[in-house]
Design a binder for this molecule. Structure first.
Ligand SMILES: Cc1ncc(COP(=O)(O)O)c(C=O)c1O
Length: 469
């Protein structure tokens, strides 16, 4: 069946109207269990296909029960809101269905991707950045870890680690994608040094230095330091300039995991949190977190050209047939076929401009300040750690954080998550959706307090500390 403009218009109009109206009316749904969903929705793949109108009906049934993540009741993860221009561009890119490996297949979209990489690189302080879009911060980090491995041990991509031991340094609060990447590229999880953090959740540079020097004395090759700009739970920023002092002294690759907090570089008031980013060798930056662009939209940037291609370029004559490699980003990617994540970010950035994004970040900080004030003045709440950015971590005194969050989800009041800070299970509320109002913040806390009041006393001490979501 061909897709006609008329059909597309009818379907999108119907589905999106019903979806958006329903979302506006009911910004959060109660949790539907897998059993309930299986009872109410037909998930089976049919032997014989059904007609398109029936498919639309089934899709509606699914979207009707889909968690709502763009609304004022969603505080659960590090993404939220919905940039209108980006959303439309995303729909269009599905229509065009280009694959981003070659200029031949994607034309102007390759130039869009290059412009974004140039612009984002400049923001980070890279004069002439190389980079590539990847499906999420985890894969951006993985790309950087792979390139860093090859920087530390020439020929590792061809011959493996050749009996050598490489080590990777990252703070104890960093994201789990870092040890995972170490496992994938052959460095190994056991060779990831977990560096303790200070009271604000920042990597202790003195302990980083000691760890690197110990490894050097033992014949281990320090391959990479991962500094986090915006840790997942407390939202802390490692001191990049100080860390770069250590990495440069020892010739170690410095990666900045700015998957979460990279966007803060766009705020004139808060960009100092990333001071020293220009000294990094690579940076991961998710636009699908603080920039309101639909998932997934992540970039890995390299300060020096040629690094990514040296690790990732394969000889594929059937694919890379014309144009120089610069126009064929497939030579710098972990992927072959690759969806177009660039055009939606470009569309959002056209509408917001640098200034609009700066204001967006200011709004997020203002919302977080409001949350912090509530925690400070409400005697039933206790702050878990000072916040450097837009996360506020707290406990309801004497009440179990995990159960509070689960009950709020089940009852369809609020989606908010919990994590671990300082050996205690805490509630983490995050502000990544600038369309929230102070009233939304007040209501979220009212729901938390009301939910907690209905629960018996409980303890939040946990044995092992692990970074969250
Ligand atoms: C600090 C940090 N790095 C990396 C990631 C992974 O990003 P993604 O979910 O886009 O793979 C996250 C996700 O929350 C994160 O907080």
């Amino acid at each position: 069946m061909d897709l006609t403009a008329q059909q597309l218009h009818r379907d999108i109009e119907l589905l999106s109207r019903v979806f958006l109206e329903s979302e506006a009316e009911t910004p959060i749904l109660p949790r539907f269990s897998p059993e309930q969903l299986r009872e109410e929705i037909e998930f089976e793949i049919p032997e014989r296909g059904v007609d398109h109108d029936e498919v639309m009906r089934r899709l509606m049934a699914i979207f009707d029960k889909t968690p709502r993540t763009a609304t004022n009741r969603f505080f659960n993860q590090l993404f939220g809101g919905r940039d209108p221009s980006a959303t439309v561009a995303e729909v269009l890119s599905a229509l065009a269905n280009n694959s981003m490996y070659t200029f031949k297949a994607a034309g102007p979209h390759i130039l869009i991707e290059r412009e974004l990489i140039r612009h984002m690189g400049l923001k980070m302080g890279f004069d002439d950045a190389e980079g590539v879009f990847a499906p999420g911060g985890s894969l951006s980090n993985l790309t950087a870890v792979l390139v860093a491995r090859d920087h530390a041990l020439e020929g590792a991509g061809d011959r493996g680690l050749d009996g050598k031991t490489l080590a990777l340094y990252t703070s104890e609060d960093s994201h789990y994608s870092i040890p995972k990447a170490a496992a994938i590229v052959g460095i190994g999880r056991d060779n990831v040094r977990s560096i303790p953090v200070d009271d604000l959740g920042r990597m202790r540079v003195d302990l980083l230095r000691e760890s690197i020097e110990r490894d050097l004395a033992d014949g281990v090759i320090p391959a990479m330091v991962n500094a986090t700009a915006g840790t997942t739970v407390p939202g802390a920023f490692d001191p990049l300039r100080e860390i770069a002092g250590v990495t440069r002294e020892h010739g170690v690759w410095l990666h900045v995991d700015g998957a979460y907090g990279g966007s803060i570089i766009l705020s004139p008031t808060h960009r100092h949190l990333l001071d020293g980013s220009e000294l990094a060798d690579s940076v991961a930056w998710d636009a699908h977190k603080m920039m309101g662009v639909p998932l997934t939209c992540s970039v890995v940037l390299f300060r020096e050209r040629g690094r990514a291609a040296a690790s990732l370029s394969e000889n594929a004559e059937y694919l890379f047939q014309q144009d120089d490699d610069d126009l064929n980003p497939g030579t710098r990617s972990l992927q072959c076929g690759r969806r177009n994540d660039a055009v939606k970010l470009w569309a959002a950035w056209q509408r917001n401009g640098d200034e609009g994004y700066g204001e967006r970040i200011e709004n997020l900080f203002a919302l977080a300040r409001r949350a912090r004030e509530i925690v400070d003045r409400e005697p039933r709440l206790v702050l878990s750690c000072e916040s450097m950015s837009v996360n506020v971590c707290f406990e309801v005194v004497g009440k179990p954080s995990d159960v509070i969050c689960q009950r709020l989800d089940e009852s369809g009041k609020l989606k908010v998550g919990y994590g671990v800070v300082g050996g205690r299970r805490i509630i983490r509320i995050v502000f990544v959706n600038p369309d929230l109002t102070t009233d939304d913040v007040d209501q979220a806390f009212a729901a938390i307090l009301e939910g907690a009041a209905a629960l018996p006393e409980g303890d939040n001490a946990v044995e092992a500390c692990a970074a969250g979501v």
